[in-house]
Design a protein around this ligand. Sequence first.
Ligand code: SF4
Ligand code: SF4
Length: 382
Amino acid sequence: MQAVSPYREAANIIIEEGGEPLNLCYQCGLCSATCPWNLVRSFPVHMMIHEAQLGLVDFESEEVWQCVACRACVQRCPRGVEIPDIMRALRRAIVSLGIAKVPDSLRITVKNVSSVGNPLGEAAEKRADWAKDMDVSTFIEGTELLYFACCIQAYDPMIQKVARATVNILKKAQVDFGILGAKQTCCGESVRKAGMESVFQSLAQNNISVFTEAGVKTILVTSPHCYHTFTQEYPKFGGNFEVIHFSQYLARLIKDGRLKFTKELNKKVTYHDSCCLGRYAGIYDEPRQILESIPGLELVEMRDNRENSLCCGGCAGRLWMETKKGERFSDIRIEQALETGANTLAVFCPYCMLNFEDSVLTTDKAGIIEVKDIAELVQEAI
Ligand code: SF4
Ligand code: SF4
């Protein structure tokens, strides 16, 4: 029997994954013109699509790992090509066929996720430590909401404050909620976009069976990445739950009068739309409604906002890959935030928060602008 070249097999994976839209591309080049990489270095997206159509991709190229899956290009594509799906297929071909090198930092992260269920490599049994002294109930059948804190909010000492603020707000509004702690694992969103399909599927199957066995009906998430995965990807694996992002839930609590503000926050705030909450889920209004309802707070918009928001650079596994100084989208976004005269950059996503906190420090902007999750701002005002 004639051996099939791995490159031919890779081309098949790409065509299978990219499907019909891959063939719809007529090389107009709008995707390349829209891609935020063009702010810092060249990234000829349309040429990669063309190479994928022909099965002639250079799998050794650094460009295969460059796309952050921000979807800015998809909005502009006149032929409906789901470009991030094609980029994901290229990575999946590399991972499943071993035809090129996976970047070291990404390999380590994925190893962590597969061995202990989180990208930080922390012990699974420590997953609920952030809530230790907060008297948070364990989810049992009949509890209204499961609160699912993402891995970063559960483990990163700098970001745990967001999960804690969320719990304080839920308690203040007397919401019936619980957590599952060590039983749950990473939702798998980034590992899937980075091409690690089998790791993603085992995470999804674990979480779906944990939620189902616990009798979960509704999941409250504070990460837009978990929101995307639970709403768009888990149903294909049998996981059908009602999923609410905290921006939606918080806006409703305020509107229904279940949460009252007692303090003024005299801050000039600009809000960053994360790709996963904005372009992926279409949630643009609720974060702004929440901010505008806080007494004393002035909301100002950045140049690139809502559908045109500039990605922080952290999606599709890029959070764990090295991005050279001078090429970080988050540095540019901090400059855009400063142009508005804001002293606070509000976010609703843990990846954005990590990237912006890092940019504030590395570009010497500490003391000039602070990065806050909207849950923290609400907590301050109630
Ligand atoms: S915008 Fe769409 S049709 Fe145009 S080159 Fe890019 S993928 Fe092809
Ligand atoms: S999804 Fe974003 S980073 Fe990826 S090619 Fe499209 S515009 Fe560029």
